[in-house]
Write a protein that binds this ligand. Structure first.
Ligand SMILES: Cc1cc2nc3c(=O)[nH]c(=O)nc-3n(C[C@H](O)[C@H](O)[C@H](O)COP(=O)(O)OP(=O)(O)OC[C@H]3O[C@@H](n4cnc5c(N)ncnc54)[C@H](O)[C@@H]3O)c2cc1C
Length: 467
């Protein structure tokens, strides 16, 4: 069988199918694997991630995938999340000794950037999610409601919205609250912060992202398959109700018993012939799924300016600062010598898309100087800005109606990708879930059903009791 696309969706489908004995031939247009969650080497030899990627304890399928390909030890989990505001007040989110959903109570009560009024408003809204076990009745309103509307209905204060809900959700969902379906927002808090004490733990790769996928090629090849890089599919051919071949440069055609298309929805919309769109009308509306941007700013200093592994900034353009030198471990790639390499992340970065790169560096550097006093004396050796205009699909209200399932009405055609129907937003977890679901759909059609999808973290006893 053929997999097109070597991002997490294609890799997880390919590895799962190879494991069941299928001969997998994977075709990726780029010279490296990982898709949007990858890294590459700059001309000066520096390894940079396309953008810092993090996972959470609740991402059970991504964890399973890393285990299958031998990368689980390349992810370091942190229990302590640090927040800092421009006035220098800090807050920590960390589980204490109480069971879920009370595990964060201690750190939440002492969270200095939020006032008591903010906290009691947040507590009420969280209790609402808890009572509904991750669901509230207004999420079912026709067309969905925005997260901002959901918060307004629960009388959240401006401080609570800006310094709590927005901070967590814009990073997790890559969209502003007024353009986010509340279903996704509520789910983040349910799975990440309420239902299980481990859901919020943050996993950060300790190697450049591309190194996480070394085991995928080995796993597919070991079972008789192949991974072909620099091989873009240029056309799709079908006859009647079946997909018959895919075409590469030089009019080379390849045939298989099944094809998993694991490419971004915009790319698929361009490739699909009209005959397939007519047979499967959901595939004719892919261009209605909107996208949102993420900007990464990479700064190399001549000395150490930060001691924490990462920090979340409040009330600034910069949302996260990652201390890449520390996360990679001394002498492993970044920074070199006594220098330090920081990576800043700005999700839903619509305002930055048109700005010149130097202006973005100046803006972020001023914020770094304010947050990290040691950086004021340090020399900035070099910087780079990576703008991803189409980083993720936008989780706007009603978007789920546009997301097709992995099985299609066209024989041989299966879909994977974070944008397909997984119930999850555009994340590495969503991409792996889609890959597993595509593999399951193909195996079911071939009469050898098998299950790959992993269950969510269990809902803890007290949480169930409070619901
Ligand atoms: C800047 C940024 C930051 C992010 N941060 C996080 C984060 O912290 N945590 C998180 O969970 N998620 C994050 N995400 C989202 C995450 O990267 C994606 O959800 C996930 O990687 C999508 O995987 P995918 O396989 O569905 O798609 P992709 O990774 O886009 O893979 C599709 C692949 O198909 C290939 N392709 C396209 N067309 C063709 C063709 N014609 N022929 C052959 N190959 C083709 C592409 O080259 C690509 O390799 C971030 C995304 C970005 C862009």
């Amino acid at each position: 069988m053929i997999v097109i696309g070597g991002g997490l969706a294609g890799l997880s489908a390919g590895v799962a199918l190879a494991e069941t004995g299928w001969r997998v031939r994977l075709f990726e247009q780029r010279p490296y694997l990982g898709g949007r969650a990858t890294s590459y080497v700059l001309p000066d030899g520096e390894h940079v991630d396309n953008c810092q990627h993090v996972t959470l304890g609740c991402c059970t399928n991504l964890e399973d995938f890393y285990r299958r390909v031998g990368s689980e030890n390349k992810i370091r989990f942190f229990d302590r999340l640090l927040f800092q505001d421009p006035q220098g007040r800090t807050g920590v989110m960390q589980a204490g000794f109480l069971p879920a959903p009370l595990h964060m109570t201690g750190s939440f009560l002492s969270f200095a950037p939020l006032s008591t009024v903010d906290k009691s408003a947040i507590g009420r809204a969280l209790f609402d999610i808890l009572r509904g076990q991750g669901h509230t009745p207004d999420l079912d309103e026709p067309g969905g409601i925005s997260m901002l509307e959901w918060l307004r209905r629960r009388k959240q204060t401006p401080g609570a919205i800006e310094r709590f809900w927005r901070v967590v959700l814009v990073s997790a969902l890559d969209e502003e609250l007024d353009r986010t379906d509340a279903r996704f927002g509520v789910d983040v808090f349910w799975k990440g912060f309420l239902s299980n004490r481990s859901g919020y733990r943050m996993g950060v790769p300790s190697v450049p992202l591309a190194e996480l996928y070394d085991g995928c090629k080995m796993e597919i090849e070991r079972r008789g398959g192949e991974v072909n890089l620099r091989m873009p599919v240029r056309a799709i051919h079908s006859e009647g109700d079946a997909l018959t071949s895919v075409e590469f440069d030089g009019q080379r055609r390849e045939r298989a018993d099944g094809y998993v298309f694991a490419i971004p929805h915009q790319a698929l919309a361009e490739l699909l012939p009209a005959a397939i769109k007519e047979r499967e009308p959901r595939l004719a509306q892919l261009d209605q799924i909107k996208v949102s941007p993420i900007t990464g700013v990479h700064l190399w200093f001549d000395r150490e300016v930060m001691q924490e592994p990462f920090v979340t900034l409040l009330d600034t353009t910069t949302q996260w600062i990652f201390n890449k030198t520390q996360l990679y471990g001394q002498g492993n790639g970044a920074g070199g010598g006594n220098g330090q390499y920081l990576q800043l992340v700005i999700s839903a970065s619509y305002d930055l898309l048109q700005k010149p790169r130097q202006e973005i560096v100046d803006l972020c550097l001023a914020e770094v100087h304010q947050a990290l006093p040691h950086s004021r004396e340090a020399k900035l050796l070099k910087s780079t800005v990576i703008k991803e205009a189409a980083a993720t699909f936008s989780p706007e209200p009603g978007v789920d109606k546009l997301r097709p399932i992995q099985h299609t009405a066209v024989k041989g055609l299966y879909l994977a990708g974070d944008w397909t129907a997984t119930g999850w937003p555009a994340t590495m977890e969503g991409a792996v879930r889609s890959g597993y679901l595509a593999a399951e759909a193909l195996l079911k059609d071939s009469g050898t059903p098998r299950s790959f999808l992993q269950p969510d973290l269990p809902v803890e006893t007290l949480v169930r009791w409070l619901g």
